[in-house]
Each structure stands twice: as C-alpha cells, then as structure tokens.
Design a protein around this ligand. Structure first.
Ligand code: NDP
Length: 536
C-alpha cells in the first residue's frame, strides 16, 4: 500500500528530544517570537526546555491548520489511517528511551516507570488501529416490520478537529488515551499539554510529523491556563480534558459558549477493599503500588483502603513493611520521584496534618516526611471519614487504612465519596459481586489499575470524576458522531408519510400496531408480587 504521508524512514533516532530538534516545517510549533516559559526538572529545578506561550491567535491558527488536514485524514479511510498509526507506533517504540528521557526530565518519575507508561500507550495505539473499522464502520440495522421496505445503516463519522488538554502526571499515557482514539476515528488533533510537561507534548507531535510530513494532524500549543481556555473557545468540534475537577468545570463552562461537547476525565479518590478471604500479601503489594507509585500522582491511584476486621492487622503490617521499603529521592535506588508540581506538596501536607489533628495516626511517614520536593510514603490509620485525607484527592504517596466489619460497610464507605473513578477489590470468592456494587467507572479485582492497560475497556468515571469515556469502543465513538441512513428499496404497501394517507390506511396501521404490540402492555389480572432483587 502506498501512502502520501511524507514519511521520513531515515529520521535521525538520536535527534535532540527537546523543543526544536526534529526539523519542523514553518508555522507549526516552531520557535516563538513572543513570550516563552521554561519547563523545569522538578527534582533539581534545572531548565529542561523553553516553549512559547501561545495566545488565542496562535491557537486559532493551529486549529485552522488542523481543519485543513482533517479532510485528508478522514478521506484516508480506516486502512490508510491504520497504516499511518502503525508507522507512528514504530517510531515511538524504537525511540522509547528518548521519549522516556523527556518524561523523566519533566516529571521526575523514574526512567523505567516512564518507559512503562509509554509502552502502554503504544499498546493502545495498536488496538485503535486494529479495531477502529470494526467499531466505527458502517453496519446494517434491522429496519423493523413497519419499515421493512427500507434498508437501515449506521456508521460513526469523524467530528473534524478535537482539542485535547492533558495533565502532567502521565504526560504520554493519559493524553494519548484521547489523541490516539481521536486520530483513529479520523480527526485531526490540537493538543495543549500541561505547562509542566510541554516538551513531552512537543515530542509526540514531532514524532508523528515524521510520518505525515507537514500535514497538521497532531499539533501542540503550549502555555498556561489561558492557552487551554483559548483552545476551548477555538473552532474545535470536541474537547477532551484530563485534570482536576475544578478546572474540568471551568473547561466545560468555556466550551459551553460554543456548545462544544466535552469529555471530562477528572480526579479520583479510589478505594481498595480487602475481604476476609483475600490474599492479604497480594492485597498489600497492590495497595503499596497503587498508593505510592508515581509518587501517588495517579488519578486512579489507591488513596484509601477498607479492610475486613479479620485480616486488618496482618494487612496493615504487610502494607507498612512495603511502605518502609521504598523511598522518594533522586538517587538510583529511589523507586519514587519528586512531586512534579511543587504546590502539590502543600496539598499533601495539609491533608496529612488535618488527618493527624483529627485523631489519625501515621503508622509510616507523616508530617515530617513531607519534604520540599520529595514526599515519603505515608500510611495513616484512625482517620475520620470526613477529613481531607479521605474526601479530597491528595495526589501524593499517602494512603488511609480503615478497619471495617464487613464488605457491606466497605462498599457504603467507598460509595459515600463524591468521586467515582476507579476502585480495587481483593476477595477470593466475591470479587465481581462486590465490584458491581461500587459506584465507580472501573474496578480491578485481585490486581490493581489493570483496567487502564486493557485497550478494549472504557476508561472514565462518574460523579466528580467526570463523564464520557476514553479507551475501548466507547473511547473511539466518543470522537465521532453517529450517522444513521435509511434507503427505500421499494414503495411501501402502507405509506405513512404522505398527506394522501386515507382513513382506511390509518385503520390498517392501528390493526398492525395492535398485532405487534398490543399484548405487551396487558395488565396482570391479580396484583403482582413486588419484584425481588438479587440481594433479597
Ligand atoms: P489542572 O486541572 O489545573 O490542569 C489540567 C490541565 O488543564 C493543564 O493542562 C492546565 O494547563 C489546563 N488548564 C488550567 N486551567 C485551564 C483553563 N481555565 N482552561 C483550560 N485549560 C486549563 O491540574 P493541575 O495541573 O493544576 O493539578 C491540580 C490538581 O489536579 C492536582 O492536585 C490533582 O489533584 C489534580 N490532577 C488530576 C489529574 C488526573 O489525572 N485526574 C491529573 C493532574 C492533576 P496548565 O498546566 O498550563 O495550567
């Protein structure tokens, strides 16, 4: 298959990973004439790169360029897009070390964790290429008896230009959950990375440009909140946001000015539940990873744990051992990096202080281990359920652990929160049943965070965690509109959509309708017993 993509198969794999290193065409993400800002290494404060503060005019220009390329991209069809995305996947895979270095430099997370994040994003990219046609392509639909003279079909067409506003905590995996799916569905994308990780966003756009040449398929605009707001106000067809609930509300309000639809992937306060029959060691291992990895800066990270009283002591001891075995730092042995956003340290400190002032205890860590840039793992117990450490997203390597009578209490406490993103259940026998009762968009049973790595599963939450879905078939459809078409095959015996309809035809229609649906609504002769639920 031959594609006019402008692919440079011999691009230099050792090119400078930062801002202007990959030979950009004029007018796209190039060096700025206007104001700029620096991205910093959060562990050292060193300048990692310098990027333009794009104003509304620059954002509008990027969106206009995207619109020009969107038609070409949509017209490539599923096979053509699959080929381009496969080529991009190849570039990302071969240069995973280079991209991981940029992620490490801008977020501080360990290099291996950065590579893991990128690897999962690559796997999602493969999935969308392979599944877009099956999910979105034209399908015949039964027209039903009344319209049996018609054929009916539905397909999911690209919206045009999608804006993506991404966070800093997983600066590849998270925005790619929108970018890859929007592209595979046939849209062009304009991406505003977090001000903390602009170099990662730029690297991603540059790497796709190596495949598609000067087509403005994925462009990056950089800057602060105002640049994001300008993207919301621009001539885009949908906006996918990941970040805090508070900013999500602002994004939604701004998008409402143009009735631009939004996907909101907001925060979480995910719980892990441990049943009496659970594998306690595995549960403690999962809780430690879920709470502390990425220095706790994970929207689906474990922030609170509810443990059956029969296994509470053993679980707490095992979790505490694991918490003591890892540390945050800049040394090679450190499994946790710094807090990527400096101001987050104050948030973490305020949650820990509030918990301790209100009767909680730090079994591991505590206030003293919240440093200037690094926060050590902290395990809190006896924390009241209405304290900040239980109700608000902490986004640091801290976790609360509470003893519960049974899983009913654990489910009730989990569902009492305003967030509903992810959750985890450890139970030998009742995992799926407990999972179903949790009001969260996703649940992992006997493992942690696994749902995010399954490309075929939708990712998203309820309540203050937002709405809409990325990943999976739902994630592909999120960036399309459903197009329904009927085609008349032959003239109907009973034409219902004409002013020439006769009273006889109305009677025939009524008779037909009664035959089709009349019995469905018959009332029972005796009052029915109340319906029993499965729980009864
Ligand atoms: P924000 O929600 O403020 O920012 C997320 C993204 O939105 C960034 O790209 C940001 O740009 C952009 N943005 C900010 N203001 C606007 C606006 N008015 N219109 C459009 N876009 C805007 O997250 P923060 O980075 O400030 O982190 C704050 C808190 O959010 C954290 O403490 C954490 O609790 C939560 N968070 C949750 C994440 C999740 O995955 N659920 C991810 C990241 C944070 P810029 O960075 O330039 O300000």
């Amino acid at each position: 298959m031959s594609l006019d993509t402008g692919l440079d198969a011999h691009a230099d794999p050792h090119a400078d990973p930062h801002a202007e290193g990959l030979g950009l065409p004029e007018g796209q993400d190039g060096p700025a004439d206007g104001p700029t800002f620096d991205s910093l290494d959060p562990a050292t404060g060193d300048v990692v790169g310098t990027h333009p503060v794009d104003d509304a005019a620059a954002v509008d220009a990027a969106v206009a360029r995207a619109r020009q390329s969107a038609g070409w991209w949509a017209a490539l069809g599923f096979d053509g897009r699959k080929e381009v995305l496969a080529q991009w996947r190849g570039v990302l895979t071969r240069r995973i070390g280079q991209l991981a270095a940029v992620v490490h430099a801008e977020t501080g997370k360990p290099h291996a964790d950065a590579a893991l994040e990128i690897g999962l994003a690559i796997d999602h990219l493969a999935w969308v290429g392979a599944h877009a046609e099956k999910v979105l392509g034209r399908k015949r639909v039964s027209p039903g008896l009344l319209l049996s003279n018609q054929t009916a079909s539905v397909e999911y067409l690209p919206l045009g230009v999608v804006g993506v506003i991404g966070p800093w905590n997983y600066p590849v995996f998270t925005p790619m959950g929108s970018i890859a799916y929007a592209l595979a569905a046939g849209n062009a994308v304009v991406f505003k990375p977090s001000e903390l990780t602009p170099g990662v966003g730029r690297w991603l756009a540059d790497s796709l440009r190596e495949v598609v040449g000067d087509r403005a398929l994925l462009q990056v605009v950089t800057g602060f909140g105002e640049t994001g707001a300008a993207l919301c106000r621009a001539d885009i067809d949908k906006l996918a946001f990941t970040g805090s609930t508070a900013t999500g509300k602002r994004v939604m309000a701004t998008c409402a000015e143009r009735l631009t639809p939004v996907v909101i992937e907001a925060g979480g306060k995910d719980a892990l539940l441990v049943d009496a029959d659970a594998d306690v060691t595995a549960a403690a291992d999962a809780a430690a990873w879920g709470a502390f990895s990425n220095a706790g800066q994970t929207c689906i990270g474990v922030e609170r744990v509810y443990v059956h009283e029969q296994v509470y002591d053993r679980f707490l001891a095992e979790l505490s051992d694991r918490a003591r075995a890892v540390h945050a730092g800049n040394d090679p042995a450190a499994k946790l990096g710094p807090m990527t956003m400096a101001s987050q340290v104050d948030v973490v400190r305020s949650h820990v202080s509030d918990a301790l002032q209100r009767g909680g205890r730090a079994v591991v860590g505590g206030e003293d281990t919240v440093g200037e840039r690094f926060v050590q793992p902290t395990v809190l117990v006896d924390v009241p359920e209405d304290s900040l450490a239980v109700t608000e997203e902490t986004f640091g390597p801290t976790v609360t652990v509470r003893k519960v009578r049974d899983m009913d209490e654990a489910v009730a406490l989990t569902n009492a929160g305003k967030y509903g993103l992810g959750s985890t259940v450890f139970s030998a026998k009742r995992g799926p049943e407990i999972a179903r009762r949790l009001r969260t968009g996703m649940t992992a049973v006997n493992s942690v965070i696994s749902f995010a790595a399954v490309p075929g599963l939708p990712f998203g939450g309820v309540g203050d965690s937002g709405f809409g879905r990325i990943h999976g078939p739902d994630g592909l459809k999120e960036f399309t509109y459903a197009k329904a078409v009927t085609r008349q095959r032959f003239k109907p015996v009973l034409n219902l959509t004409t002013f020439d309809r006769t009273p006889e035809q109305d009677t025939t229609f009524a008779t037909l309708l009664t035959a089709l649906h009349g019995r469905a609504s018959q009332l029972p002769k005796r009052p029915r017993k109340p319906l029993r639920t499965r729980k009864d």
